[in-house]
Design a protein around this ligand. Structure first.
Ligand SMILES: [Zn+2]
Length: 192
């Protein structure tokens, strides 16, 4: 569990503006030090004190923008694919049960397979929704129509940019705005 004092993470993007990774400040600092940074794109700057400098005896200071563009074009082998995890699913669905509409804490939520796995349903973004424990138990291994429990919202596959949003629980406003620009309209994280 990360506390409120968790340091922010830096959004690293490639020269086309595609997100590459969330990086700790120390890693971002290495991009600056090795001359890989092309632009600072964020509104916020973070600093951390580095080691003592040998000659001056002063502490060096590392500064990084909240969004950093690095040289080159990043190609991910899993481009476009966002791994399905329960926390990303709960975040996609804004922690709202797909059957009763109640907003719950993570501890009270479950991963619900719309078409039950025991009956051939797949573990994939378009077959899962967030459900509270009681709804999940009530539905059991039935399809929604069999249980007379219609879905309140439609599940969707998460695109790469949304995957970055769902993977950082302490996302900054400028980082959110940057990632939101290319989201499809069906995304619950899309603007407007
Ligand atoms: Zn429910």
């Amino acid at each position: 569990m990360r506390g409120p004092e968790t340091p922010p993470r830096i959004l690293i993007v490639d020269s086309l503006g595609q997100p590459v990774r969330w990086a700790a400040l120390t890693r971002a600092a290495r991009y600056y030090a090795s001359g890989k940074v092309v632009h600072d794109l964020g509104d916020t700057r973070f600093s951390m004190s580095g080691g003592l400098q040998e000659l001056s005896g002063e502490r060096s200071c590392v500064v990084s923008s909240s969004i950093v563009m690095i040289r080159g074009r990043h190609r991910s082998p899993s481009r476009g694919h966002v791994g399905l995890s329960k926390y990303r699913l709960f975040a996609r669905d804004r922690q709202i049960c797909a059957y009763c509409g109640s907003h719950c804490s993570e501890a009270d939520l479950t991963v619900e397979h719309i078409h039950p796995v025991s009956r051939g349903g797949r573990h994939e973004w378009t077959n899962v929704v967030t459900a509270c424990r009681s709804c999940n138990t009530r539905k059991g291994s039935r399809r929604p129509e069999e249980a007379n429990m219609p879905l309140l919202y439609v599940p969707y596959a998460v695109c790469r940019n949304e995957g970055f949003i769902l993977s950082n629980r302490r996302i900054l406003a400028d980082q959110m705005a940057f990632l939101q620009v290319s989201l499809p309209r069906h995304s619950r994280w899309a603007q407007g």
